[in-house]
Design a binder for this molecule. Structure first.
Ligand code: GLU
Length: 333
């Protein structure tokens, strides 16, 4: 039985978000997922926030922040709140919201929901970024789990991180795209990091604090974040917050089956734009890939508000072929 989420209630006005990480230009996979997330909210007169997820200082590139906004605007997406337009939940940039995450960490500590951990440097390094499927390592073996919050005082100068104590049992939710999903977080990563002491929060903590603070009730994102969802649901519970509904969309892959990487320049929206691609052509082709149309008709995101249907999006990963990419730039005379 789904233990937290209610089924999609059509009476609730969606509040969605676009949450790009400014670590490189957005690519076609982002364009498709963000278009779907935007339509999922806008097709039901919902609100949209834009939040910049820039906590991973080792990967963030300063110029990528504005570039991400430019790419999304070029595609024809808009937002009611964001770093460029402001809004009631400002600031909309995670690196400017550290006090909120620190307060949430204190709440978790006061409930002994976390413990100090001195293990696994690599996994601690990675914690500030969303763990896309290939970054997920084996489950944490629980080496430090016998420590209590108070033990942090005895660690002296040793660097440590705060790890969330995952309870036993599967977490189930009614996914807006995948239907009933159940994941046992103890088997999918185990106790997970919420913050590095004195450094900052992990992606998992920041995203929960922000989605809750911004009133987000609908999170549409790539399927590679499915294993993050039970962790986030546990954080919502531990913090006494209501979780949003989640929808996880099949990923975009290259013909060899690998997830599209930001390093592949030819798939970047900025590159396509420079090569003369028209956003309306791209949106029309994306709509075909989502099963909303048989033929690619140049169109704007608004043109799909009535025909948007999560249920028609094919379940298989979306294979982006070089020919398809080429068709976007070969504009007929
Ligand atoms: N900023 C994250 C990413 O680019 C998205 C995380 C999310 O949607 O929860 O991967």
């Amino acid at each position: 039985m789904p233990d937290l989420q209610t089924a999609n209630d059509s009476r609730i006005i969606p509040s969605g978000r676009l949450a790009p990480s400014p670590t490189g230009g957005l690519h076609l996979g982002h364009a498709r997922t963000f278009l779907i997330a935007w339509l999922a909210a806008r097709s039901r007169a919902g609100r949209m926030a834009l939040r910049v997820e820039d906590l991973d200082a080792s990967r963030v590139r300063p110029e990528a922040r504005q570039a991400a906004l430019d790419d999304l605007a070029w595609l024809g997406l808009d937002w009611d709140e964001g770093p460029d337009v402001g809004g009631p939940c400002a600031p909309y940039v995670q690196s400017e919201r550290l006090e909120l995450y620190a307060a949430a960490l204190e709440a978790l500590k006061s409930r002994e929901a976390v413990y100090p951990c001195i293990c696994t440097r690599a996994d601690i390094q990675r914690a500030a970024s969303a763990p896309h499927s290939e970054d997920e390592g084996p489950s944490y073996p629980g080496t430090c789990s016998r420590r209590s919050v108070a033990d942090a005082r005895n660690l002296g100068d040793r660097p440590f991180a705060w790890r969330f104590r995952v309870p036993t049992g599967a977490i189930a939710w009614q996914d807006l795209y995948q239907g009933a999903v159940s994941v046992d977080p103890a088997l999918a990563g185990g106790d997970f990091l919420v913050a590095r002491n004195g450094v900052g929060p992990s992606y998992q903590l920041a995203v929960v604090v922000d989605d809750a603070a911004m009133g987000i009730n609908q999170v549409i994102r790539g399927a590679d974040l499915v294993t993050s969802t039970p962790r986030q649901i546990l954080l919502y519970r531990a913090l006494g917050l209501t979780a949003p509904e989640f929808g996880h969309i099949p990923l975009a892959v290259s013909p060899d089956g690998r997830r599209l990487a930001k390093r592949d320049g030819s798939l970047k929206l900025a590159t396509l734009r420079e090569r003369g691609a028209e956003p309306r052509r791209l949106v029309g082709s994306l709509a075909v890939s989502c099963g909303w149309s048989e033929t690619a008709v140049p169109s704007s995101p608004q043109d799909w508000l009535d025909r948007f249907d999560l249920g028609r999006i094919p379940a298989d990963p979306w294979v982006v072929t070089p020919m398809w990419v080429q068709s976007l730039v070969n504009v007929p005379p």
